[in-house]
Design a protein around this ligand. Structure first.
Ligand code: ADP
Length: 273
């Protein structure tokens, strides 16, 4: 009898503890559900804001492009038509207007390109050998002018939008030529593989990048030089990073000041099938 009372006391205690535990569990579950619901709502809000922001930037940059292009054309026309009538100071002012409007135009163009990276585009098998051949053709004037030598070993095919690969390597090649004081800028493009990745490297014999800046240069508007030394918008490498990440890859640089830089781009093998 005594034993029965003790056992029922224990059972009672156990029942109470388990009821308490269940109540606590229910409460935590309800709290978690509430949190998940709130998170979902916030996510929806962010998606709307993000979409609005995208539309806003797209429309403003599109609408700004034309007037800036016209302004630039008219200034050039003015300089040409009044060549003999304007004094050197007036010519200098007009040249400044032309320079600044060209900078605004370049900025709008690059911003537009940056936004467009996330737009859906057709994915195909891109032969990087062809991409580099096309780019060499497109840049032939600059290559000749700067005495550039571009060499590349057999490059792989990458599953990605063709325009992405074109813009990625265009930015890297242009930078390799621009940030280079050598009489013969040399660019070498190679590829190799690791366990999980296909890696492409773009090496130059340019001015190099200090160690402390090697991560931040991939951020939008991050530049290491004055516009008077090297023209640019500071968006090129941010475009490269966005393109690479959009295609499940990584981009980084290894560089030594005054010796040159090597940009590495890797793509996951598992995403190439
Ligand atoms: P931009 O060239 O328009 O300034 P980028 O985003 O392409 O913008 O590059 C960011 C910065 O990284 C550049 O201002 C430059 O300082 C540095 N950089 C990029 N590529 C190279 C390179 N190949 N060699 C040396 N510095 C480079």
């Amino acid at each position: 009898m005594l034993k029965y009372i003790e056992i029922s006391k224990i059972v009672f205690k156990f029942d109470k503890a388990s009821a308490l535990y269940n109540a606590k569990l229910n409460f935590t579950l309800q709290e978690k559900e509430k949190e998940a619901h709130l998170l979902k709502e916030k996510n929806k809000e962010f998606e709307v804001i993000n979409e609005e922001l995208k539309q806003f930037t797209y429309i403003t940059s599109h609408d700004l492009k034309e007037p800036i292009r016209s302004l630039n054309n008219y200034v050039q026309l003015l300089i040409r038509s009044f060549k003999t009538e304007i004094n050197p100071q007036q010519k200098e002012y007009l040249n400044y207007i032309e320079l600044f409007s060209s900078r605004i135009f370049a900025l709008i163009k690059d911003l537009n390109q940056y936004i467009q990276v996330q737009e859906p585009v057709e994915i195909g098998q891109v032969d990087l050998n062809k991409t580099i051949h096309i780019l060499k053709d497109n840049l032939s004037l600059l290559i000749k002018e700067r005495n550039v030598v571009i060499k590349f070993s057999k490059l792989p095919e990458i599953k990605a939008p063709e325009s992405h690969m074109h813009d990625l390597f265009l930015n890297l090649l242009q930078n390799a030529i621009k940030y280079n004081k050598s009489k013969t800028p040399k660019i070498k493009i190679d590829s190799f593989t690791s366990n999980k990745e296909i890696i492409i490297s773009v090496n130059d014999n340019g001015i190099g990048i200090p160690k402390k800046n090697q991560v931040e240069i991939f951020e939008v508007f991050k530049r290491l030089h004055a516009k008077t030394d090297y023209e640019g918008t500071g968006i090129g490498l941010a475009i490269c990073k966005k393109i690479v990440e959009q295609n499940n890859g990584r981009i980084w640089v290894e560089s030594e000041e005054n010796k040159g830089s090597t940009f590495f781009i890797s793509f996951l093998k598992s995403k190439q099938k």
